[in-house]
Design a protein around this ligand. Structure first.
Ligand SMILES: Nc1ncnc2c1ncn2[C@@H]1O[C@H](COP(=O)(O)OP(=O)(O)OP(=O)(O)O)[C@@H](O)[C@H]1O
Length: 604
């Protein structure tokens, strides 16, 4: 979802505000409960020691002014010097304990932040791995990256700083407020007077900031989407010399992000000055009222000085609320996105009591029966009936967009069909455990994907226990072994991101070798040799006999020579099976297949 600058739809605000991110976040973080209790405990204790100095100052003033009648004298320390030494010892102890608890509190909160972030990152990634293909059509990779990276990282400062500050402010209000009411309820009333206004202000700013931070997160997504898209298409950019256009597009995205941030900054910066006015009212009230009472002799000098210092201690931290509200809203905007992602449900799942499938080589009869399928409302398969007998090879050909790849996606249950059935050895694939179904099927798809790593790693991808001998044998069958032998690093050669250091044909051969190492009882080759040269195609064709031995094979191809030896060839046209039969039968049919064959072989 991309939004024009400064114009977010109304439902977006509603969604971000209504789905209670804090509650959801707390529920999520409950596995850190023990750590959070301990961290909160240290935060409270640390604050208590932090508030102590004004009391110590008050006690020092009390010793100097009231001499043998001071509060400390009543503990049994008569001489003023002894009282001061006692006070100094107490001060040292308080400071030491403050330092120790501050260390403990910091360690706990920061570790909690790291733990919550880590588990959210892992949970999100695990969850994404198990989501349907339809999710990946909805969420771009840029969006997923911005959630797992940026959004998860946004939580750090809120948990590190925000949660701790919030607890400490609450502790301050309780302790200092209590002291005020104990010393002078009238002054306490005036001091506490600004607090409700400050809290109302905080809620006001929070409401204003929430949609703005949600907007910022969307803009970050826009930037990430642009980057992943452009980097993936760098060859196209260069060949079409659109570098400057790309920079302009990126500039627009970045400006839009900058503008959204500026809107949020306008609000978050206004908060402290507004709060300061209320604080001023409280501070001057204490100074004047307390001062008058001290002049009249109804309040002691020590008490007055404690009140003055405490007012500062009470009210100034409230300015910190602005930062906390800011951090909170940033964190909640991100939390909403992370938890929404975690709420995404898979439509394609294993049924309860799913059967774990373990097909023996030589078994694995695959049948598409009266199959109908539509992507949303676009019908692409119309009553398809195709059968590959156990251990046989079938070919599927047909014009582009006729539904060939869709059949394979349905066999792997990347999507679910609603009408008809796909069966393996007479059992509907919907009855099988999803993972075990996919483990039994090998796919060499037309979109070859190699991972950053070595040739060896890529061939053994999905079969980590494969021996070097198996890897080499697979490379030989796939017709890529002689090329690998020419490389200085051999099988340890790094293929680059998406395998870009290799040619298209070499990448295809490696992905064929990968499927051979997996050794599945059912193998799908979807345009698996479309990019290889004729010589390699001939090598692979020769190997096909070995590859297809003891397994059911489904070959999809535009190059008819790839499928000519199949036991049966199905011709798809516009979602239907238009023709089927062996190569010879189809040639005699004199329809699409024979026409295509003549064109491809140059016969008239
Ligand atoms: N995820 C999708 N969402 C919507 N439509 C899709 C999706 N994937 C494929 N289609 C559409 O379904 C139809 C069949 O696509 P499919 O990939 O099965 O064709 P194909 O026969 O394998 O084509 P090609 O030979 O070009 O690979 C096409 O019209 C395509 O646009």
């Amino acid at each position: 979802m991309r939004f024009a600058r400064g114009r977010l739809p109304k439902e977006f605000f509603m969604k971000t505000q209504k789905n209670k991110p804090l509650l959801r976040f707390l529920r999520y973080s409950s596995r850190q409960k023990r750590q959070i209790y301990l961290a909160s405990f240290f935060s409270v204790i640390n604050k208590i020691f932090d508030i102590a100095p004004p009391f110590l100052i008050g006690a020092a003033v009390d010793i100097v002014v009231k001499k043998q009648n001071s509060m400390i004298a009543q503990l049994g320390f008569i001489a003023q010097e002894t009282q001061l030494i006692f006070l100094a010892v107490v001060t040292v102890v308080v400071w030491a304990l403050e330092s120790i608890t501050e260390y403990a509190e910091k360690i706990y909160w920061r570790n909690i932040a790291q733990n919550v972030q880590h588990s959210m990152r892992i949970d999100a990634w695990r969850h994404i791995q198990n989501l349907d293909m339809s999710f990946f059509e909805k969420y771009s990779s840029g969006r997923i990256m911005s959630i797992i990276n940026d959004d998860v990282n946004q939580l750090e400062r809120f948990l590190d700083v925000g949660a701790n500050s919030l607890i400490q402010i609450a502790t301050t209000v309780v302790i200092v407020g209590g002291t005020y009411f104990y010393i002078s309820p009238k002054i306490a009333f005036f001091t506490m007077l600004p607090t409700p206004f400050i809290l109302i202000g905080a809620f006001y700013f929070q409401n204003k900031l929430a949609p703005r931070y949600a907007d910022i997160r969307e803009k970050v997504t826009g930037i990430n989407e642009r980057l992943t898209n452009s980097l993936g298409g760098i060859t196209t950019i260069k060949s079409y010399t659109t570098e400057n256009w790309e920079v302009e597009q990126f500039r627009n995205d970045s400006e839009s992000y900058q503008e959204s941030n500026k809107q949020a900054i306008r609000f978050s910066s206004a908060f402290v000055p507004v709060i300061r006015i209320f604080i001023l009212i409280g501070f001057t009230s204490v100074m004047l009222l307390g001062g008058w009472q001290t002049i009249k002799g109804t309040m002691e000098v020590g008490v007055y000085s404690v009140l003055i210092f405490l007012t500062q201690r009470l009210l100034w931290p409230l300015t910190g609320l602005a930062q906390i509200v800011d951090l909170y809203e940033r964190a909640m905007a991100s939390t909403t996105r992370i938890l929404n992602l975690l709420d995404e449900k898979s439509q394609v799942t294993s049924p309860p009591n799913a059967r774990v499938i373990d097909i023996s080589h030589g078994d694995g009869k695959v049948e598409f029966r009266n199959l109908n399928f539509a992507y949303e409302d676009k019908k692409v398969l119309d009553n398809v009936n195709i059968c590959a007998e156990a251990g046989q090879s079938i070919g599927i050909i047909g014009p582009k967009g006729s539904g060939k790849t869709t059949l394979m996606k349905l066999l792997l249950r990347f999507y679910d069909f609603s009408e008809g059935d796909i069966q393996i050895d007479g059992v509907s694939i919907k009855d099988f455990d999803l993972q075990s179904l996919r483990r039994n099927i090998g796919l060499v798809s037309q979109d070859v994907f190699l991972f950053q790593g070595t040739i060896k790693d890529n061939i053994a991808y999905g079969t980590p226990n494969a021996t070097m001998q198996e890897i080499k044998k697979a490379a030989e069958i796939a017709g890529i072994d002689s090329f690998i032998d020419t490389l200085t690093q051999g099988y340890d050669t790094i293929v680059g991101e998406r395998g870009q250091k290799l040619s298209g044909g070499q990448r295809q051969c490696i992905s064929i070798a990968r499927a051979i190492v997996k050794n599945p009882p059912i193998l799908i080759l979807d345009e698996a040799t479309s990019a290889v040269d004729n010589e390699t195609e001939a090598i692979i064709q020769k190997s096909l006999e070995e590859i297809s031995r003891n397994r059911t094979m489904i070959m999809i191809a535009h190059r008819l020579s790839t499928v000519r030896n199949a036991n049966c060839i199905f011709v798809m046209d516009n979602g239907k099976v238009a023709e089927s039969g062996t190569h010879e039968e189809l040639l005699n049919n004199k329809q699409f297949y024979s026409r295509a064959w003549r064109v491809q072989t140059g016969e008239r």
